[in-house]
Design a protein around this ligand. Structure first.
Ligand code: ZN
Length: 242
């Protein structure tokens, strides 16, 4: 069987037969792949815990006729242990892997920018570099922006006028961004200036803003709606965060 080597992050696993699992990974150069890990559920598996969700591994894959097979897996970064030890980080990590799994829909489709964003977010979660919720919000908006769905937050999507921090603005998910009071469509929801500033920081990955605790400001529901609308299917783990 032909072999290829890559590095990847385990997104999810499903049981197969008595002792195997099918592992879904996002890889640096081969995009999303699925491969069987044989014997991985045995106590003395040669893969150890290296093929669990959120693990970043160097893998050797054998190309099969129906399914590929994991031949070797070496750990590059054990994000899983520190993430699973922190409930907030664990929930956000689930949102992250589910989002990228949906965004990169086709197998073997090139997704190196999505891969870099993914390992950046998991690394930040594992190191508790920023508040977990902010890492999740920023990740979802940036991953969707990479896919072409960047919210327009600085100017009205209808008239194009740059909005002022003192005026009332609205966010239309279907419309793709903010709307001024004169142009708002019925679906547009009020967006406070603090929320708008935080949305912009999340899209830009501006941690000086996002690290500042703002307990009265949550952009979670906007991020959730944005994600669900542009991914077209509800993100299950986003709902669990509410
Ligand atoms: Zn307008």
């Amino acid at each position: 069987m032909p072999l290829y080597r890559d590095e990847g992050v385990v997104l999810r696993t499903v049981k197969l037969g008595e002792a195997d699992r099918i592992i879904t990974l996002l890889t640096r150069t081969h995009g999303k792949i699925r491969a069987v890990a044989k014997g991985v559920r045995r106590v003395k598996s040669r893969f150890g815990g290296r093929l669990e969700p959120f693990m970043r591994v160097d893998i050797l894959i054998a190309t099969g006729r129906s399914l590929d097979v994991v031949s070797q897996a070496e750990s590059i970064a054990a994000y899983a242990a520190p993430i699973c030890a922190d409930y907030d980080a664990y929930e956000v990590a689930n949102v992250i892997v589910e989002t990228v799994d949906k965004l990169v829909s086709a197998e073997n489709e090139q997704a190196s920018a999505q891969y870099r964003l993914l390992i950046g977010a998991l690394n930040a979660l594992a190191k508790h570099a920023h508040p977990a919720a902010a890492i999740g919000d920023s990740y979802v908006l940036r991953a969707l922006a990479l896919a072409g769905w960047t919210p327009r937050l600085r100017s009205c999507v209808v008239c194009g006028r740059v909005v002022d921090s003192s005026e009332r603005v609205f966010l239309s998910v279907a419309g793709g961004g903010v709307m001024c009071a004169a142009d708002r469509t019925p679906d547009a929801q009020p967006l406070s200036n603090d929320e708008r500033v935080r949305m912009i920081a999340a899209v830009d990955g501006d941690w000086t803003v996002l690290d500042e605790p703002m307990p009265h400001v949550s952009i979670r529901h906007f991020v959730e709606e944005w994600g669900e609308y542009y991914l077209e299917r509800p993100i299950r783990s986003l709902r669990l965060l509410d």
